[in-house]
Design a protein around this ligand. Structure first.
Ligand code: SF4
Length: 360
């Protein structure tokens, strides 16, 4: 099994590998012993909906072999089709795309020189362009300062991306092509991944597989139902933020590179607390174009037009991630309000109410 397929399970060749594997989805899900792909598939969905990434949870320290990793992708697609959670498919597809983006941009910076270990095999830009049928539609500019992409492909890939800078009116058009930067090309590739992952979801699930995944679906739905937040917060008041968010903000502003789940917790909280893009960038201490692009993208993805939004993690999840200062074993922060709530947004709502700023 090609380890590259485990890192990029949406590739056509990876799907072929799954088809050729000597085990079908029914056997994976209904076997006497729980197949590791089921556990990893459930982790994939949980991490996608709670943390905005599908990377294995480093803190759980579990290593998955390439076969379980690859087979977990079709399991996750089935699970996300079965769970009853708002915007689950969109959030899952975005998290798969975000994770792929982190991996392929890293691969482009550190290409496969033939000396890498098998597990670290990298994908090239040419291979990814070919995967999405873009080879003939994307070319580097003559002066090497960016790329040109055929306008039809540009429109297909940028139509779902927020921000005025993606509108055609703001672009240099010539000979049916649009000029883009290298970073923008990578963002369009991320969108190509997202569109491919989302295609066909939710999928119809045969009864046998549905029944085999009853426990995983119930556990996932329990995790999401912990989150009971009000959508009515319309005030941004950093002085009312809970200690966990204040601490994350301070660390981000000091230049610390936050972990996936810490960054997700911060961005999803600030978005829920009504921060606009400029406020978000300022509160996250973002001072470079690349970091700003990443934060903007994450902010776009934590909310959607229907109002279905990623809730920030609950206190229980923050504690499990070691991101709750009140639960710090060595130097706990004392905060009486934290004793009476179970979610950072509930803390914020209470603090706003006490300060008399709700609905102002
Ligand atoms: S108890 Fe909850 S709100 Fe308070 S610091 Fe911990 S995670 Fe944040």
């Amino acid at each position: 099994m090609d380890p590259l397929h485990a890192r990029y399970p949406f590739l056509a060749a990876a799907r072929e590998s799954v088809r050729e594997a000597d085990i079908g989805l029914v056997a994976i899900v209904t076997g006497d012993e729980r197949h590791p792909a089921v556990e990893r598939g459930a982790e994939r969905v949980r991490r996608a909906l709670i943390d905005g990434t599908v990377r294995p949870d480093a803190e759980e320290g579990r290593r998955w072999n390439p076969r379980a990793e690859l087979l977990s992708y079709p399991v996750a697609r089935v699970l996300v089709s079965l769970v009853d959670a708002p915007g689950a498919v969109e959030k899952y597809a975005s998290a798969e795309a975000d994770t792929a983006y982190e991996r392929f941009t890293d691969d482009f910076r550190n290409p496969d020189d033939g000396l890498k270990s098998t597990a670290d095999k990298a994908i090239s830009l040419d291979a990814l362009l070919a995967e999405f049928d873009l080879s003939g539609d994307v070319a580097e500019t003559a002066d090497g300062d960016g790329y040109r992409i055929a306008v039809g492909k540009y429109l297909t890939l940028s139509s779902n991306l927020g921000g005025e800078s993606w509108t055609l009116a703001t672009r240099q058009l010539a000979d049916g092509t649009v000029k883009i930067t290298e970073t923008e090309l990578h963002e369009l590739l991320r969108e190509a991944v997202r569109q491919r992952v989302a295609a066909g979801l939710p999928t119809a699930v045969p009864d046998e597989i549905r029944e085999g995944l009853t426990d995983e679906v119930a556990r996932l739905e329990d995790t999401f139902s912990e989150v009971d937040i009000s959508p009515d917060i319309d005030v941004l008041a950093p002085e009312c933020f809970p200690p966990c968010v204040a601490s994350l903000m301070e660390r981000a502003q000091a230049g610390e590179s936050l972990s996936d789940h810490a960054e997700f917790a911060l961005v999803s909280f600030l978005t829920s607390a009504n921060a606009d893009t400029d406020e978000l960038l300022a509160l996250c201490g973002v001072d470079s174009d690349t970091a700003a692009t990443a934060v903007r993208y994450r902010a776009d993805r934590v909310g959607d037009e229907s109002g279905a939004q990623y809730a920030p993690p609950s206190c229980e999840t923050m504690q499990a991630y070691d991101e709750c200062p009140v639960a710090d074993e060595e130097d706990p922060t004392a905060d009486a309000r934290c004793d009476s709530i179970s979610h950072p947004l509930s803390y914020y709502e209470d603090a706003l109410a006490e300060a008399g700023t709700v609905g102002d």
